[in-house]
Design a protein around this ligand. Sequence first.
Ligand SMILES: [Cu+2]
Length: 283
Amino acid sequence: MRFLTALAIAWFAAASAALARVGAPADGALGFQEAATSIMREVTSFHNLLLVIITAIVLVVLALLLWVMLRYNEKANPEPKKFSHNTLVEIIWTAVPVLILVVIAIPSFQLLYYKDRMPPEGEIDVTIKATGYQWNWGYEYPDHGISEFISNMIPDDEIGEGQLRTLSVDYPLVVPVDSTVLLQVTAGDVIHAWAIPAFGIKIDAIPGRLNEVWFRVDHEGTYYGQCSELCGLRHAFMPIEVRVVPRDVFDAWAAAAADDPDEGLALLAAYETDRRELRLAAR
Ligand SMILES: [Cu+2]
């Protein structure tokens, strides 16, 4: 059985060696991280729409300013006119901003409700409960019989190859690719927030309350985020790492982790090693 699992993992590692992505901040980068969910793609396109609107407004105002400064300065226009109202211009400068706000509001509310509406129960593949603590995250998979395991940041002096300082953890959250995940978020002490930029997800973790969010990752890889609600001394050191793996690797991991979390972790490490070796071999 173990041999078969290893074989299956090696095969999936081969299939996915080229596909895996890293969702993490990069030096000197501008803009958002590459979108890994439909939610983040919508966020990005809404952001691009705002960028167009903002640029257009800045250019129009700049042009108006230059026109007034050049055409109506004291030298070019020594005799100023004395009128103080122009009904047409006043209607335009009231109506145009209203129209701009409507153009912004429609996609904004569409996006808000797209994120907010939970998928029907039959479409949810995995349910996870994330609990924020001072200062780490606990993850539980109630439908897979995996009781809570704790995800701690790797200290600076223990960072290994392929790991990122203040982002990598000792036990990542594991989810299958192309599957709908329902994430329930709460906290055990103070308010925290669970956030992954590449997923377009940021949700408060509040003691005594269960918040829900959904996502569906369409690219295999490792995605990083951080606690995003100031929660105390080590707020900056409770990162979130999500490992997105093929469905079969997830199933194998879940079966192993339900017995013993460490066994699940070993399986995950084996998959990662195989994939890295294949990636190196492909170079
Ligand atoms: Cu926190």
